[in-house]
Design a binder for this molecule. Structure first.
Ligand code: NCD
Length: 348
């Protein structure tokens, strides 16, 4: 099974609320276990390691890939999933407190994933929960599992270009003020060495000052700019984000920024290195007036967005296996699949 480093964190029974909980060894532990999940995610083998366990997948904000990939990850480990998909269909809309909801749902579940629009809500929920809680995104604050899957993807993509995370240049583009994925990814990258961050955004949507200071104090180079062309120059990775219109007071206010920074084939070819990896947490806003990552790059070999989503399943399986302490049971309960599986992972 996976080579397990000596993590500083005891994953067993832990809440995962923020990337600040992780040391570099902890991150590597997650990555090692994630790598060992590949045959299960690719349907080459089946495991019943989490047979009988129930995931409470509590989503109080829109989600497609985070909710489904957490659910699939749990199913792939042999567990069952119960879920809510929005606030309107839960008793939170009748005025129930997060405390009561947490007490109740943690009686039904063995682990909970929660997404909620309020900053700090998942931490508050976790305090009342009787089982481990994973933050699936709390407002504009954090999205730790996304940061882990993003970094896992960066590591793999750079490895195939003979490069390392240490010493890399990364451009982050778009709504850096409200984007929880870039908040968590930056804070995870603090753990690595000599990274150059090019933060490309309108000045009103700059990366929060405390995160910029954290990066600088850790010895990284931070260049903040509103100029897309110069910012795109000389990067190993470019990470685009959507204008988070749901975080603005009005849609009109968000519209001011939509479509300001776009990457398409022409801009990429003119400004990026031939092997610059293109990433986006998704969803990309494909409406014409926004279109921050153009479909004309869909066939580009450096477009890693769908490898990111595939990797999300592996990383989420790893988190469940570590938290519920079944890393060693996965292989022991493994069987060959008995049904036809298509090798859809070869060309992604
Ligand atoms: C992101 C999120 O919800 O923060 N999506 C995701 O989980 N992959 C990014 C976004 O919504 O723009």
């Amino acid at each position: 099974m996976a080579r397990i480093l000596t993590p500083t964190m005891d994953f067993r029974g832990s809440h995962i609320i923020s990337v600040k909980q992780f040391s570099r060894d902890d991150v590597e532990t997650v990555f090692d276990v994630a790598g060992s999940m590949e045959p299960y995610a690719q349907r080459l083998k089946l495991t019943r390691a989490l047979e009988g366990a129930i995931l409470g997948n509590m989503f109080f904000e829109p989600s497609t890939r985070t909710r489904l990939s957490f659910g699939c990850a749990f199913n792939l480990l042999g567990g069952d999933v119960r879920e809510t998909t929005d606030v309107k269909t839960t008793s939170i809309s009748k005025g129930e407190s997060l405390y009561d909801t947490a007490r109740v749902i943690s009686g039904y579940s063995d682990v909970i994933v929660m997404r909620h629009p309020q900053i700090g809500s998942v931490a508050e929920f976790a305090k009342a929960s009787r089982v481990p809680v994973i933050n699936g995104g709390d407002g504009a604050n954090e999205h730790p599992s996304q940061a882990l899957l993003d970094l896992y993807t960066i590591k793999k993509e750079l490895q195939s270009n003979d490069k390392l995370i240490d010493g890399m240049n990364i451009a982050m583009v778009g709504d850096l003020r409200h984007g929880r994925t870039v908040h968590s990814l930056s804070q995870l990258l603090v753990l690595y060495n000599r990274i150059t961050f090019k933060l490309i955004s309108p000045k009103e949507l700059r990366m929060p000052e405390d995160i910029v200071s954290l990066l600088k104090n850790a010895g990284h180079t931070v260049i903040e700019t509103e100029d897309m062309e110069s910012g795109l120059n000389d990067n190993d990775t470019v990470y685009l984000t959507r204008i988070q219109e749901e975080r603005f007071t009005t849609k009109l206010e968000a519209n001011v920024y939509r479509g300001r920074f776009r990457l398409n084939k022409e801009i990429y070819t003119m400004n990026c290195q031939p092997n610059t990896v293109i990433m986006h947490p998704l969803p990309r806003d494909s409406r014409e007036e926004a279109n921050e990552l153009d479909h004309d790059l869909n066939q580009h070999p450096n477009l890693a967005i769908f490898r990111q989503t595939d990797n999300g399943v592996l990383v989420r399986m790893a988190l469940f296996a570590l938290i519920l302490d079944v890393v060693d049971t996965v292989d022991k309960t493994a069987k060959k699949v008995g049904w036809y599986t298509q090798s859809r992972f070869e060309s992604s």
